[in-house]
Design a protein around this ligand. Structure first.
Ligand SMILES: [Zn+2]
Ligand SMILES: [Zn+2]
Length: 341
């Protein structure tokens, strides 16, 4: 089968289109005919070697959906022909976090698509049944593939971590990106008012069309908090999708007692934080890394009912993986680019 393989860390030229052995199913696994794989900013960091525990060579990509073509031993509840989407990784089911019912925070599973096992930039993929959910018939697989890492992750960050309530105001940085355009919709579904932050003036109109109540343009230094404070008096929640470059402006956009949920970090840079600011204003910061199968099922249900609209920036062929990642790095797109093998 064709697959996009990373053999060593580096630039875009390290994405290699190759013939790769078709996977063999083991216990608890299924073989998928991949029908879509989202191109995520994390893929760029994976390629650049920012994750020390990554195996190489590896088939990259972690946002996969497809049809089951083979079912391994010990798999209950799935059959050949089922349309499924995967979370980032199967939870172990045995660690303290899994036992407490929070599989998205699993600390026991070493399996992570596109990092420690092969991922979704391929015609076929091995998937653990414990990472899969069924995709409703009316949701296309090339849209379902990215809803875990976008809407699902935003849902868990906003609801479980930031405890966003209806009527509250949430600031979302990187709002035009793949996570941002879906996070805005999730925040609206949760009943919040959305202040979208973008660094690109040409994207303001698109963000308003996608449901932003306010759009604020970040300055060249990443700052935007004065404008957010002027318009809102201080947001209740900030959803930080960019990371280090906008972290302090997000903190300063919050009212006293506000909550920041940190989901994305596009650079490996450190952040200077003034502890006194957090103490005196009683601001809390929550890291949030993934989402559960239940979260994914919920956002797929919203997509099926039309409440949530998956935003596809472009559908591209597997062999266009370099061009797809270049477009993402240029920040020239609104929504998610999808590879359709
Ligand atoms: Zn992703
Ligand atoms: Zn676990």
């Amino acid at each position: 089968m064709r697959a996009i393989v990373i053999r060593e860390a580096g630039g875009i030229e390290k994405l290699s289109s190759e013939e790769w052995p078709s996977p063999t199913v083991g216990t608890g696994q299924v073989r998928l005919r991949v029908r879509g794989c989202g191109v995520c900013y994390r893929d760029l960091l994976d390629r650049e070697g920012k994750y020390p525990f990554m195996k190489r060579p590896v088939v990259t990509g972690h946002e996969l959906a497809g049809e089951i073509v083979e079912v391994g031993p010990g798999v209950d509840g799935f059959a050949v022909g089922d349309r499924v989407a995967a979370t980032h990784r199967p939870a172990c089911g045995a660690c303290a976090r899994c036992q407490a019912g929070d599989e998205a925070a699993c600390i026991g599973s070493p399996i992570s698509y596109g990092l420690t096992v092969d991922g979704g930039y391929a015609e076929e993929a091995l998937a653990w049944a414990a990472s899969l959910v069924r995709v409703p018939e009316n949701v296309p697989l090339d849209e379902a593939c990215f809803l875990h890492c976008t809407a699902g992750v935003a849902l868990r960050a906003l609801r479980a971590h930031a405890q966003l309530s209806a009527g509250e105001t949430v600031v979302i940085t990187g709002a035009s990106g793949g996570v941002g355009v879906h996070a805005m919709q999730v925040a609206k579904i949760l009943g919040a008012k959305v202040v979208a932050v973008t660094s690109n003036a040409s994207k303001q109109e698109a963000l308003t069309a996608l449901g932003a109540d306010e759009v604020v343009l970040a300055g060249a230094d990443g700052s935007f908090h004065k404008e957010v404070l002027r318009r809102t008096g201080g947001a209740d929640v900030a959803l930080e999708l960019v990371g280090a470059p906008t972290f302090n402006a997000s903190l300063r956009s919050l009212r006293p007692g506000g909550r920041l949920a940190l989901v994305g970090n596009v650079t490996a840079a450190r952040v200077d934080v003034n502890p006194g600011y957090l103490i005196l204003r009683e601001i809390s910061v929550h890291g949030s890394s993934s989402a559960s199968r239940a979260d994914l099922t919920e956002v797929l249900g919203w997509a099926a009912s039309g409440r949530l609209k998956p935003i596809v920036a472009a559908r591209m062929k597997l062999d266009d993986a370099r061009a797809a990642q270049s477009r993402l790095a240029d920040k020239s797109v609104v929504g998610r680019i999808v590879l359709v093998p």
